[in-house]
Write a protein that binds this ligand. Sequence first.
Ligand SMILES: [Zn+2]
Length: 235
Amino acid sequence: MFLAQVELEDAGGWFISNQHSSAESRGCQDGHRWEKVERTLDDGFTYFYHVCKICHQTIYTGSELEKIMDYSDTHLFLSVEDWTLLLLFVNGQYIAGITHYMKMLFLAFCEFSPRHNIPSENPGFYGYKYGPYSDRIDEAIDFLIQEGYIRAEGRKSSSKERFFITEKGSRKGEIIYDKLQQEKQVDLCTFRQYWDTKTTRAICKYVYAKYPEFTDDSVILKDLFPERTLHRKRG
Ligand SMILES: [Zn+2]
């Protein structure tokens, strides 16, 4: 498994995946409300993590993270970095715009991996301006760029920004890709190709319609679903 450096927080010994956003900035003014999530994979491997019931931030303890990393040496278990690189690897084409990239990753985690039974890290998606957003993915993209696995061109955070996989990234991507069974590989290529042909607006519309719990803070909801916003106003 491929993980960005995570920092050990002094208090409690937690590995916290993201250090930049405070509880307040994520809408947890009175602090996070952690809930333990226990998972058992088909082969009996168990692990747990904590997720905030309000903002969905996810944390793994150091010992659980180590356990998962050991497991992933010999079994299929994909981290956020793995998925972020894999999506770019599967067809070698660039992805245009962080919103498109983020939404594709959202669908990879919330639809593709459960459908194909691919054990994966929980990126802790929460509702943000442009729908489901993950600080963890944001951090993984920065890490992959810094380490030369991904290259970004164009103004940062604009729709003109393009994400390319580098040669170093392709070598790493291939290792992750090879862990998937052939049928999953084929479906992942189809998945990527399908969303490549859609506009960012189309992928957003699909995600917002299917996952309304992530749309509360969206600034483009009104534009995509004018009728729904009207209805809300009347209510
Ligand atoms: Zn929280």
